[in-house]
Design a protein around this ligand. Structure first.
Ligand code: BES
Ligand code: MN
Ligand code: MN
Length: 459
């Protein structure tokens, strides 16, 4: 047993209390009413890094919520520099009445900690902070050079990030990046994620008459923007579950037979999946399995739709305006801005000339494919095995983490996605939680990873 393992075991309660403090700060980046809290959370992270003996701690302005930076660069040039990324912002906690306990008052139930941000991403990112502390406390130094970059706008599209990384490329220079912000395929099954989908997030506004109208006096004479919006939406996906936007699949990298076979080997139970979600059947693009559709094919979702009268009772209105939030998940080698252009072109073509249809680009992030032959993947496999005693599996992910593509394209740094969440964590939902076994094991996995990647064989 390594000394740092004993240290981690002896500090379990303290680490947990600290994590609870972190979770009590409602750092909801998308709600401006929470800006003070989000700013306080950035300072909390900066202090935590200081307590973990990191140096050169800075809150870097981005134009939005700041990025917390810290480093420890005393290992020398012979050893690699690892960039550790995480995000201190969280999703909104609403709807509050669906939580079993208040979202910003963490509680432990059955070996899990419940609060908004436990798994996504405060609990996961905190494992790395405690890992460097544990190594420094027990070994007096770190095995490699470390830079931390903890973001505060991941949950609202990381819109300032690209400029930030380009402008700070020198400061962030590294050999590899590590991110813990994904999940295991199943409980007890440590997992390395090797592909993330990208996203193109848009808003479609349909405007008809110049004011709201009486639906009796005008209905049948004037086109209703909500009706039109629904007609447009109904033409976005065809009867085979394919996105109907011309050109959308042109750049999609097809799955290899090898990968399809690998997906089939994962312990996936479709019946259980449906039962857990309370649905009678699944749906999506024909010709692909559920995992293939979710991980390796684009998908289009309406994330919100509004217009007209939505309050209590009835109102006979023919509204002037209707809006929908529409997002498309992207896979390699699609590009978010290109996809926006294709979607806009198609919508302009199918929108009737009775209305004005405007599509706004809200945010985008590019898909990621990690080269499995990269050294940190091997090191991560070994670290997870040592920390959890189980051989890890590989999977893709349907979700997105905007920054990872930029690590590759701007910093030229391969990234390893050493996620620690579980599919039952309820991220973005009420009753978000994080397994304490994964929390403590994750601290050890991070420390093992830093030691492993510093071995000569990876140089
Ligand atoms: N940690 C998630 C990404 C993720 C989702 C990992 C599902 C594993 C499973 C991340 O915080 C996230 O929610 N990303 C957003 C990005 C969006 C706001 C641009 C997403 O995927 O919706
Ligand atoms: Mn996340
Ligand atoms: Mn998230």
């Amino acid at each position: 047993m390594e000394k740092f393992e004993n240290y981690i075991d002896s500090k379990k309660e303290i680490f947990l209390e600290e994590l609870k403090d972190f979770l009590r700060i409602p750092s909801v980046s998308s709600q401006s009413s929470k800006n003070q809290d989000t700013a306080r959370c950035a300072r909390w992270v900066a202090n935590a890094l200081k307590d973990a003996k990191m140096e050169n701690i800075e809150l870097l302005e981005t134009g939005g919520h700041p990025i917390v930076y810290a480093d420890w660069l005393h290992a020398g040039e012979k050893y690699p520099t690892i960039l550790i990324y995480g995000h201190y912002d969280v999703q909104p906690a609403e709807p509050l009445d669906l939580w079993s306990s208040p979202p910003f008052e963490p509680v432990i139930v059955d070996g899990k900690i419940f609060a908004r941000g436990t798994a996504d991403d405060k609990g996961q990112l905190y494992t790395h902070i405690k890992a460097v502390e544990s190594l420094i406390e027990t070994e007096g130094k770190l095995p490699c050079n470390i830079k931390f970059m903890i973001e505060g706008e991941e949950e609202c599209g990381s819109s300032h990030l690209e400029d930030f990384i380009i402008n700070n490329a020198k400061k962030l220079e590294c050999d590899y990046a590590i991110v813990s912000d994904t999940e295991w395929f199943a409980e007890g099954l440590p997992t390395i994620c090797y592909a993330l989908r990208g996203i193109c997030y848009t808003e479609l506004t349909v405007t008809g008459p110049n004011r709201d109208l009486h639906s009796g006096s005008f209905g049948g004479a004037v086109d209703n923007p909500i009706n039109v919006l629904c007609q447009i939406i109904s033409k976005l996906i065809d009867e085979n579950g394919k996105i109907a936007v011309p050109g959308l699949y042109d750049k999609v990298l097809e799955l290899s037979q090898q990968e399809r076979d690998a997906f089939k080997k994962l312990p996936y139970n479709e019946e259980k999946y449906m039962k857990d979600l309370g649905v009678k059947a699944l749906n999506g693009e024909k010709g692909f399995t559920t995992l293939e559709r979710n991980w390796a094919r684009p998908s289009l979702d309406v994330n919100g739709i509004y217009g007209g009268y939505t309050e209590e009772g009835a109102k006979t209105v023919l509204p002037s305006i209707a809006t929908a939030k529409i997002s498309i998940r992207l896979v390699a080698n699609q590009n978010s801005e290109e996809v926006y252009e294709l979607l806009n072109k198609y919508i302009q073509k199918i929108a009737p000339d009775t209305v004005k249809a405007e599509l706004t680009y809200i945010h985008g992030g590019e898909p990621v494919m990690v080269d499995m032959t990269e050294k940190p993947i091997k090191a991560c496999e070994i670290a997870l095995k040592k920390a959890f005693g189980v051989e890890p599996v590989f999977m893709r992910e349907g979700g997105s983490i905007g920054i990872v593509a930029l690590f590759g394209s701007v910093l030229n740094a391969p990234t390893v996605l050493m996620g620690l969440g579980l599919p039952t964590d309820n991220i973005h939902s009420p009753n978000e939680n994080f397994s304490l076994d994964n929390f403590y094991g994750g601290i050890k996995a991070s420390a093992f990873f830093l030691k492993e990647i510093s071995n000569e064989q990876y140089a």
